[in-house]
Ligand binder design. Structure first.
Ligand SMILES: [Zn+2]
Length: 183
């Protein structure tokens, strides 16, 4: 993995218009790395915080998904992107992860869960507090649990909104390509 320049510094210099089209699901089309690293990082798109590895991606199908499609390959595996709608009618494209470094906001809620049998909490970026998605835990668990309990269980997972996260290798590629944007 190339970690020549920290994404955080780079982030501050990145023009907003570049960010506007840096979507995870678009990233693949323009930047599929040959022989993708097994430890591709997934970042918060707002602040560059390292949220997860590509190997943490784990498809959990929701029976309530409006659509589900295979998308870009990360760490040698296909990503399943699901479109889900909340009770307010807002649609979200999400990718599910076994785990991610996000702040969970307990107590968990059993109502309106996209994953039957699982309660949810809002999940935010630990650094910039952007809403990144939701964390899911078995509904028969206590509504409030410890961070350790959540992270050590194999029955928990996180769904992150695709346009609020970014692949680190794609972010790095922008260090080179923005030449064309220079006046
Ligand atoms: Zn952030």
């Amino acid at each position: 993995m190339r970690r020549v320049t920290g994404p955080r510094m780079f982030w501050k210099q990145l023009p907003g218009f570049v960010l506007s089209f840096v979507l995870l699901h678009r990233a693949a089309e323009s930047c599929v790395p040959a022989g993708a690293s097994t430890d591709t990082l997934i970042l918060c798109r707002t602040c560059g915080h390292e949220l997860a590895f590509g190997t943490d991606i784990n498809f959990v199908p929701s029976p309530l998904a409006l659509s589900s499609r295979n998308d870009t390959s990360v760490s040698g595996r296909r990503i399943h992107v699901q479109v889900l709608k909340n009770p307010h009618g807002h649609r979200f494209e999400v990718v599910t992860f076994r785990k991610a470094d996000v702040t969970k906001h307990w107590p968990a809620d059993r109502d309106f869960s996209w994953f039957p049998g699982f309660s949810w909490t809002v999940a935010t970026c630990p650094r910039c507090q952007t809403h990144l998605g939701w964390a899911f835990q078995p509904s028969d668990w206590p509504h409030t649990i410890s961070k350790t309990t959540f992270e050590e269980s194999k029955n928990t997972f996180v769904a992150l909104i695709t346009h609020r996260i970014l692949r680190e290798d794609f972010a790095s590629s922008l260090l080179i390509t923005p030449k064309s944007f220079k006046s």
